[in-house]
Design a binder for this molecule. Structure first.
Ligand code: MN
Length: 158
């Protein structure tokens, strides 16, 4: 891993000078929809990395858990996030912390993209996907089930 340049200028459309827009994950490795990844800061002298993820309207990240932690700031748009048993509406400049071994997923609102900065451990374990039994347990909570099925209208009235 090489160091990051001193300054990368912001460009239009939530892009940054010299930063490639990458696939979120390897296609077929896990369920996700309409999401991209940019690695903004990855320096060998830092124990964390800063990335920018963006999902198109209606897109979502993978439902997963792992030992490493995420520190998130919403930078663009609106959506919802699942953290453990909590489903929260999120908007620009909100902060979200994902503790170790906590199921999490982000979903963009129907009519808007959702973009967020994500700070993460540079050395990190591989995410786990829920087993069939774990997914059934996660679905026990009706609000969480509505979130996972993309029934977002049911969340905001609750
Ligand atoms: Mn994660």
């Amino acid at each position: 891993m090489r160091g990051s340049p001193v300054h990368r200028q912001a460009q239009k459309d939530y892009r940054w000078e010299g930063v490639d827009r990458l696939a979120y994950k390897e296609e077929g490795s896990a369920p996700f929809k309409d999401i991209s990844r940019q690695v903004l800061i990855a320096d060998e002298n830092l124990a964390c990395e800063l990335r920018y993820f963006e999902m198109a309207a209606g897109g979502y990240s993978t439902l997963e858990r792992h030992e490493h932690v995420h520190g998130v700031m919403i930078l663009r748009g609106r959506g919802h996030c699942l953290v453990g048993n909590e489903v929260r509406a999120v908007a620009e400049r909100d902060l979200v912390t994902i503790p170790p071994w906590t199921w999490h997923q982000f979903r963009a609102a129907a009519g808007e993209p959702l973009g967020f900065l994500c700070m993460v451990n540079a050395k990190r374990d591989k995410p786990q996907l829920p087993s069939e039994d774990e997914l059934a347990a996660i679905y026990q909570n009706p609000r969480v089930a509505a979130f996972l099925d993309g029934r977002m209208a049911e969340l905001d009235g609750a």
